[in-house]
Write a protein that binds this ligand. Structure first.
Ligand SMILES: [Zn+2]
Ligand SMILES: [Zn+2]
Length: 626
């Protein structure tokens, strides 16, 4: 935003939420100083993106009371953005977060502007609630709601990915309480990680025009997001130097994460126990690489693994922190690590966020991660700027195969060889990012997307998610397309039969046959297309579609044409030669159910295909699965 626009929009906003404008005058002075070389620098200059984040907040809340999120990577200086917003405000502001260190840190940044604010945190032994701006811990506020009976205009939640849907959570209690005193309360969240495994995106829609969550969310909209790459490119973070783990590495590909992205500890341990030499070799390589390094962080897969690693590294130079390490012991070890009293800090999932030791210049990843964000958080621990630090070595011994600039996909990585791929919506043209696979030329050959995430802006209406589905189940009652996991039709509300029930029933029938379909092949004779379903052991089922008969053509198109090329290019075939030209793009169902047909007593009754189950996700094993 240029300065004129900024000045134009600011007063309007101030009257809405932030009150009157002593800060406005200050802002002009600050801008002029910035623009005038030779004048003394103000104590406090925002970086360009910090100013953009502030501007985006002002713009959003000028027209909306919807709770909003700003996404800034670690090291981007969230506390300065918070300080500037608090400074611009006139009415009462509450800034809450979950740990006292952050309360202190945010308060300190604000105080550095020469402004005064209160701290309300039992952990810090201060309970001040009468200042215009209060920095508080959410626990202390939730336990003392009556102290916050005034009208607050803005609630800022730092590390807001911790806010969940649970109505009884402390965050929800605070939000609800402040709203009873001011229904127009503005709620702004800040975080580096707007996505949680097992929960999904913490906001519903993104300002670049896409939907992140089909479920309701506490935060309606992400209004500003800064990618890590911007920070690295502009020298605000140390460039990572990713090197291959050529000597030894783990193969976690036989394990699959749960829906919430966790790998089962017992399976991890038994896999790791089978490869003691790998761990030892990795530690030897680390020791060698670490000679030219200041601080090494090792991310282990399990507690037992962490202690094993700790045992291989030099004893007087290594500490291990796990979820079982008592809080004060942990603080003591972190303190010593920051003072460089030892070189290696091994941890299990505990130091991914909120931990800050800028001298770290070697990150070793010895654990599988199912999410891009988690990988980026881990690497982010080594990207803080520090004197004489030129880069940060990153070695992924777990073959996670992510890169720092991959966008978050929003679901756990479905298979070890999956990668984020771009898939255009045939309905609205939106470029979706899904998990998928590409061939050597970069062409997408497979993707796991279900529904388009494009946000469609309609004049005078609330923006809505595009309803194009790449994968779907057709409602047997009304024909509407539903998510493959839907139990009730979104259009007519009738129950949709569970594919597992269908399979179970068919398997119990004498005159039914069920095959696990490993692939299809097609042949054509004039306008008659024959689809052959191949079972993994070589058995077959066949069915014919006469494309010159409208009813059969419609069935063929709704089964195969609609799903052409994984739903990315749906087709309405008119002739058999149209079909044969793109036969390699037609999908195979996972199961096919047939019933015996033909007269009783006649031996050669034939199998008539009744059901083809596409995109099956149930309890039965699919073809070519273990
Ligand atoms: Zn779309
Ligand atoms: Zn229906």
């Amino acid at each position: 935003m240029n300065i004129q626009n900024y000045l134009l929009c600011l007063p309007a906003f101030l009257t809405v939420a932030f009150g009157y404008f002593s800060p406005y005058h200050h802002r002009i002075a600050l801008k002029i100083q910035e623009l005038t070389p030779g004048m003394p620098q103000p104590a406090f200059t925002l970086r360009d993106y910090q100013q953009d984040a502030v501007d985006a907040t002002l713009k959003h809340f000028r027209s909306s009371d919807d709770p909003a999120v700003i996404v800034l990577p670690t090291g981007a200086g969230k506390s300065l953005v918070i300080a500037e917003l608090a400074r611009l405000a006139r009415k009462r502001i509450l800034v809450i977060t979950h740990v006292r260190e952050l309360v202190e840190q945010n308060h300190a940044k604000y105080a550095a502007l020469g402004l005064e604010a209160g701290i309300f945190s039992a952990g810090l032994g201060r309970k001040e609630f009468s200042h215009q701006v209060t920095f508080a811990s959410v626990q202390s506020v939730a336990r003392n709601l009556t102290s916050f009976a005034d009208t607050f205009s803005l609630l800022i939640i730092d590390e807001c990915h911790r806010v969940g849907e649970d109505e009884d959570s402390q965050y929800q209690q605070v939000i609800r309480h402040l709203r009873t005193h001011n229904p127009g309360l503005k709620v702004l969240g800040l975080t580096a990680t707007p996505y949680r495994l097992g929960y999904g995106w913490i906001y519903r829609a993104h300002y670049r025009g896409f939907v992140r969550s089909e479920e309701p969310r506490v935060f309606e909209k992400c209004i500003f997001e800064l990618p890590l790459s911007h920070m690295i490119r502009n020298g605000y973070l140390t460039p990572p130097e990713v090197i291959d783990a050529a000597i030894a590495h783990y193969d976690f590909s036989s394990l699959s994460p749960s829906d919430n992205g966790h790998y089962p500890e017992r399976e991890l341990n038994s896999l790791l126990a089978r490869h003691p030499r790998v761990t030892r070799a990795i530690c030897e390589q680390l020791e060698e690489l670490a000679q030219a390094r200041e601080g090494v962080m090792v991310f282990a897969a399990t507690v037992a693994h962490a202690h094993e690693i700790g045992g291989y590294l030099p004893a007087d130079q290594t500490a291990v922190i796990t979820g079982e390490t008592p809080g004060d012991e942990r603080d003591r070890l972190i303190g010593m690590f920051k003072e460089r009293k030892f070189k290696y800090l091994v941890n299990v999932a505990v130091l991914t966020t909120g931990f800050d030791a800028p001298h770290v210049d070697l990150i070793a990843i010895l654990r599988p991660t199912a999410s891009v964000s988690l990988y980026q958080q881990i690497v982010g621990r080594g990207l803080r700027l520090s004197a004489n630090k030129k880069n940060c070595l990153v070695i992924d011994y777990a073959g996670n195969g992510f890169n720092l600039h991959h966008p978050e996909v929003g679901t756990p990585k479905p298979a070890t060889d999956s990668e984020p791929v771009q898939v255009f919506c045939p309905g609205c043209g939106f470029a979706n990012i899904f998990w998928g696979k590409t061939d050597d030329t970069g062409q997408v050959i497979e993707h796991y997307g279900r529904r388009c995430q494009g946000l469609l802006e309609m004049e005078g209406e609330k923006p809505q998610q595009c309803d194009y589905r790449f994968r779907f189940k057709e409602c047997p009652h009304c024909g509407a397309e539903n998510d493959i996991a839907a139990r009730y039709c979104q259009s007519c509300s009738e129950a949709i039969i569970d594919p597992d029930d269908l399979l179970k029933r068919a398997l119990q029938l004498k005159d039914a046959r069920v095959i696990r379909c490993a692939g299809i092949s097609l042949s054509a004779n004039n306008e008659c297309v024959t689809v052959t379903y191949h079972e993994e052991q070589g058995e077959e089922l066949r069915e014919r579609f006469h494309l010159d008969r409208p009813a059969q053509r419609a069935v063929f198109n709704s089964l195969f044409g609609r799903r052409c090329n994984a739903g990315t290019s749906p087709r309405q075939f008119r002739t058999a030669s149209d079909v044969m030209a793109v036969q390699h793009l037609l999908p195979a169902p996972d199961f096919v159910i047939a019933r015996q047909s033909g007269k009783k007593g006649r031996q050669a009754g034939y199998w008539q295909v009744r059901e083809r189950l596409f995109d099956y996700q149930g309890a039965y094993r699919k073809a070519n699965e273990m």
